[in-house]
Design a binder for this molecule. Structure first.
Ligand code: ARG
Length: 284
């Protein structure tokens, strides 16, 4: 006989874990070149509004109990606000970024200087093109601790092997096939230490099979969710910071036992990014 207790029916209590993040204010944010389909150099950008929205995001992370470090924004590097692209940190090892496009190349040095100035991180310089947490994600409790890595538009598959060697963790390569979802972090997100959410259509059929095998309990996003940049979220295991356009997906997260926290980042969407793009997680 199957006995179902009340406990089985309650959604798992989601527990937050305090995090350390790195962000960079969009003081110099403009769209003056287009390196992804979201960027339109003819659409006006309100930099002051972008800074205001970003600051609400920063304060939200602080209010949730997290530590936020900031980089000094540099004139001439308008995409520096997308701090997630500057490296990938696991167990205190910071695998540096090497940007695909020359317009962003100089951002890597600012991130490197940050890691090298702090004792808690050891920096590994990359030889292969990779855009940090734009294309890398880490799950400490899935399969003993694995990284997921995207390729197809920005990061080179050879960087996945380089990251595995730098970090001593398995790195699962996933092929992105839709140019609107040019980074892993607009197609897939880590919700807690062991589970993810993703939009299957952003991946090759083979990669969809890989993800389904590894994460049978993943939360599935649809195309509308992905286009709202719902997957470009930051979760502490319970509180899920997500943009205000993504209310439909926020409802799915609530149903899965998470607690969505909505922030408006509409101005930064003009650069092709949202919450996660603005926030690198520093895992000591
Ligand atoms: N304009 C930037 C680029 O195309 C946006 C980066 C978004 N960042 C991210 N982590 N997806 O490189």
């Amino acid at each position: 006989m199957l006995i179902v207790t009340e406990r089985d029916l309650t959604p798992t209590a989601r527990r937050p874990r305090p995090r350390t993040y790195l962000m960079c204010a969009p003081e110099h944010f403009v769209v003056e070149y287009a390196i992804n389909p979201w960027m339109d150099t003819t659409a006006p950008v309100d930099t002051a509004l972008a800074v205001k929205q970003w600051d609400v995001l920063r304060q939200t992370m602080v209010d949730l109990g997290h530590t936020v470090h900031v980089l000094t924004p540099q004139a001439g590097l308008p995409d520096m606000v997308f701090a997630a692209n500057g490296g990938f940190v696991v167990d205190g090892v910071a695998y540096g970024a090497k940007f695909r496009y020359p317009q962003r190349a100089d951002e890597a040095a600012a991130h490197r200087a940050f890691y090298e100035s702090r004792d808690e991180y050891s920096f590994v310089a990359p030889t292969q093109i990779n855009e940090g947490e734009g294309d890398f994600a880490y799950l400490p409790d899935a399969h003993g601790g694995i990284a997921l890595a995207g390729y197809g538009f920005r990061t080179e598959p050879a960087a996945h092997a380089e990251a595995a060697e730098a970090l001593g963790r398995p790195v699962i390569s996933l092929k992105l096939v839709d140019p609107r979802f040019y980074h892993l972090d607009v197609a897939l997100t880590v919700l807690d230490d062991e589970n993810i959410a993703y939009y299957p259509g952003a991946f090759s059929e083979a990669s969809q099979k890989v993800i389904a095998q590894l994460f049978p309990n993943a939360v599935i996003a649809d195309e509308a969710d992905a286009l709202a940049f719902a997957l470009n979220l930051v979760s502490d295991g319970r509180n899920v910071v997500i943009n205000t356009e993504s209310t439909a997906f926020a409802d799915k997260l609530t149903a899965a036992g998470y607690h969505p926290v909505l922030v408006d980042l509409a101005e930064l969407k003009k650069g092709g990014g949202s919450v996660k793009c603005c926030i690198a997680e520093l895992r000591d």
